[in-house]
Design a protein around this ligand. Structure first.
Ligand SMILES: [Zn+2]
Length: 213
């Protein structure tokens, strides 16, 4: 018989470390394509995206069983017992608690980006393709649907740190003439969208942290 406890808690991939991302950009800015570094960062981000997608599905009533990966449907009532065919069971309240304060949840437009990264990254053939996929992913924004304006950077869901730290971190990454083509353009767009939100970011991005262009 299965010796695992019946009420195993789900686990979620952590955000990637700033160190992993920094090393990737430092190397890339020298024109060096270190596949090991790229894959380490890329698959860390991919695992994180998958956790976000699973968390969003769980909130919508389709929770993934942490024991067999099967899907258990539920109505979202706190006391409701989720029961899987494999014998696993847990209340929805206890399941939900594991994903709180994890920076896991994003709205549909972000999930579309995450799903696309999950498909595209393993299929990318060259280190440059992989690098630019990572670059695009971490410079995305959440969009406020009522005004169609950018809000929080998606990076806070993917990279360790508080919002202000993550904004400063992305501003500080090494980028140069030898960086992969597209990196400079993605940064220019990021910079523009952060500035569009200047009021919102007033306390989060000091004017003097913006590198001269
Ligand atoms: Zn199961």
């Amino acid at each position: 018989m299965n010796s695992e406890p019946r009420n195993t808690l789900p686990t979620w991939a952590p955000r990637v470390t700033q160190r992993e991302i920094r090393r990737l950009y430092e190397t890339d800015a020298k024109g060096v394509h270190d596949e090991e570094l790229i894959d380490e960062a890329g698959y860390g981000l991919l695992a994180r995206c998958l956790s976000s997608i699973d968390a969003a599905e769980a909130v919508r009533g389709k929770a993934r069983c942490p024991q067999c990966s099967g899907i258990v449907t539920h109505m979202g009532r706190r006391e409701e017992l989720l029961r899987c065919k494999c014998g696993w069971e847990l209340t929805w309240g206890d399941y939900f608690k594991t994903m709180q304060h994890m920076q896991l949840l994003g709205a549909e437009p972000v999930l579309i980006e995450f799903r696309s990264f999950v498909q595209a990254f393993p299929a990318a053939r060259t280190p440059q393709e992989k690098t630019i996929l990572i670059d695009q992913l971490i410079h995305q924004f959440h969009w406020y649907c009522k005004t169609n304006a950018p809000t929080r950077p998606v990076a806070v869901n993917l990279i360790e740190g508080r919002l202000s730290e993550v904004v400063a971190f992305l501003d500080s990454l090494s980028r140069g003439d030898r960086s992969t083509a597209g990196v400079a353009e993605n940064y220019a767009q990021w910079d523009r969208l952060i500035e569009v939100n200047r009021d919102w970011y007033a306390s989060r991005r000091k004017p003097n942290t913006k590198p001269a262009s």
